[in-house]
Ligand binder design. Structure first.
Ligand code: SF4
Length: 327
């Protein structure tokens, strides 16, 4: 996996939301690379900027939001500055997005089979009807939908929530994308169905050598699914590295706090630990390290200067006083 060439290279990405009081950076200098076939967990609390990052990569930020700086290179090609039509050609073909709400993908008044056929024929108009049908049936089967031949004739409302999300995933996988960006697609589902979908997504990505960015607030999901993890806080990536290293031996106090608040870390009957305080909103970020009001390791320097990125081997972090890595 580590020898795979870089598929997506993001440098210095900034996305602002313009208000009468000024421009607020929801994404503030994000750097990310993802290799072919690699699964990256992008994790953070609500408001950390993780979903805005995902939408920014695909050119899906609407006013008053705007990507204001940085570069997003996909297979070496700069995506910033491409026309909406060029981005549409990429989306749903080489890059696919899976949303938290499958109805962002599915049209409620069209049969699933019609929508799937359109997803193929828009990008590949010469594919025959027979082949399209065969590919749709195969894709539904791959995500665990029973009797896919007959389900092609159903409307989205005739599927349960979990099955609807599987259909949305099948559509995303139809054209064998090289990169999938998945924004909390299993958050609304129960734990058993979530586990099944994670397993199937991982299997499909491995089989098709598809890279994936899985956006989530849940480190447990990252542990199960991902190769690499990027932890976001207040618009920045505060820690990045392999899942094994970051979850096994975090360097950033925020990552450690997230880990300690995961169910299963405490012994049965013991209360779950929680990170004290609230994450800052866009308008309440102070100077210095944004995690400072909640950090048990903060010192004077933390209030004076925001930490820059430190690179230690394959690991990146932003902290003046990192935890010691376990050997
Ligand atoms: S820079 Fe300081 S306040 Fe920020 S996480 Fe590190 S120790 Fe805590």
């Amino acid at each position: 996996m580590t020898t795979s060439p870089v598929l997506l290279d993001v440098q210095g990405l900034q996305t602002a939301f313009h208000t009468e009081a000024g421009a607020w950076l929801a994404v503030d200098g994000v750097d990310l690379t993802i290799k072919r076939g690699e699964i990256l967990g992008l994790v953070g609390e609500s408001g950390s900027g993780k979903s805005v990052t995902g939408f920014s990569l695909l050119g899906l930020i609407d006013a008053p939001g705007e990507v204001v700086a940085g570069s997003v290179r996909f297979k070496g090609e700069e995506l910033r500055g491409l026309s909406e039509e060029q981005m549409r050609t990429l989306r749903g073909d080489r890059i696919a997005m899976i949303f938290q709400d499958p109805l962002m993908t599915l049209n409620p008044v069209l049969k699933v089979g019609e929508q799937m056929a359109e997803a193929i024929s828009t990008h590949y108009p010469r594919v025959s009807r027979e082949e399209i049908r065969a590919r749709c049936i195969e894709a539904l089967g791959q995500v665990g939908i029973p009797s896919p031949q007959t389900r092609l004739d159903n409307y989205p409302h005739e599927f349960s929530g979990g099955m609807r999300q599987r259909v949305a995933i099948a559509i995303a996988m139809l054209n064998k994308p090289e990169l999938i960006i998945a924004d909390e697609p299993t958050t609304a589902l129960d734990v058993t169905i979530q586990g099944q979908i994670l397993f199937e997504m991982q299997k499909l990505c491995r089989e098709q050598n598809t890279a994936m960015i899985w956006i989530t607030h849940d480190l447990g999901v990252v542990a199960e699914l991902a190769d690499q993890v990027a932890v976001m806080y207040a618009g920045r990536i505060v820690e990045y590295g392999s899942v094994e290293q970051v979850l096994g031996s975090p360097l950033h106090p925020y990552t450690q706090g997230l880990l300690e608040s995961m169910p299963g870390v405490t012994t049965p009957g013991e209360r779950l630990a929680q990170i004290e305080g609230m994450a800052p909103t866009l308008t309440t970020r102070e100077a210095g390290c944004p995690f400072r009001p909640r950090c048990t390791r903060s010192d004077v320097l933390c209030g004076q200067r925001a930490p820059e990125v430190t690179i230690r081997g394959e690991r990146h972090f932003r902290c003046h006083f990192p935890l010691e890595a376990q050997a």
